[in-house]
Design a protein around this ligand. Sequence first.
Ligand code: NAD
Length: 344
Amino acid sequence: MSVAGWDKAGGVYYGRPVFAQGAILLAVADPANPPSGGLLAIAWRFSNLVRRPLTLSVGWFGRNSRVYGMLFLSELTPLKSDQATGAKRIMGIYAMTGGATGIGAELKRQLVDRGHQVISVDIVEGDIIADLSTVEGRQAAIDGVRQRAPDGLDGFIPCAGLPPVAKPLSLIARVNYFGVVATVAGLRDLVAKKRGSILLVASNSAPMITTDDSFVQACLSGDEAAACADIEARDGHTAYAGSKRAITVWMRRNVVEYASAGVRLNAVAPGITMTPLAEQVLADEELGQAMKDFGEMTPWGGTAAPAQIANVMRFMLSEEADFVCGSVVFVDGGSDAMMRTDDF
Ligand code: NAD
């Protein structure tokens, strides 16, 4: 049985009840004695509380001086109009990693608030708990998403990342580069099914390391053991910025192939954003002061809140951005323009 409904703003919903209780079917089943009252229903959407598009409905009507009631809980998915055809379509289903805190948590909140379904993979909290630094964890993430979205994804956002202060340094390579490439490759066909979008999370530190750096080269060649061995002998800044350089170059090198398969590939490059990741760096004896100094030089001033990054990411994932392909969008208050004025 399907349920349809609409809200004050003209949004149309459809779905299936996940729980129903009441006397309505009994009463309507007696045509010789039809109800004298009408059916009123009030619905309360509480997706904010449970992170699922659930609606609680209460209905009642009167017959023979009696009042009958019903209660049902439905999982309703908003429909939206396709601008070209006017047809109603179900809102998107997205998968992401790193949805537990920071930028990822904010993006997830924004997508869910707009009626999208989000499947979240993370090491601490989410629909799928997986450690993306390991081959098994990456496979568990891919399998878990495939199980939950067999009909395809509108988007995938591999947002999980480790800061330059993470130890050992090889973990940064494993999560920030190899975990991203593996999950993107493993979910690509699901995104292609819906002509969706994959949005990588780079950094405005990526241009600080060159593509010919040995660590970046090892990442790009797909040799995880060599990349990990290389970075263990180096420093946190090179590990972090190098992993972000590598993922950005990987994105640019794969744009044509992914586009021809029906996937829009892009990257966002945030500047300093106040999240648990940035707080760990700021608290670090070695890198903390450098980060503070860099933040103070931001042309537009200050640091970003997670919402300032997530707003742009949500736009890049949306249909409004469906000709944005292969782009690295810096959301950094002008720092990259200040550092690389003539390069873009
Ligand atoms: P964050 O620490 O708040 O979030 C990172 C998320 O990744 C967390 O939910 C964490 O649990 C998850 N994660 C870490 N290791 C994992 C693993 N092994 N397996 C699965 N999940 C794991 O940090 P954030 O600042 O929100 O970072 C989000 C992304 O933005 C990262 O890719 C980061 O590199 C990037 N970024 C952040 C900044 C910044 O200043 N905060 C700047 C540029 C880019």
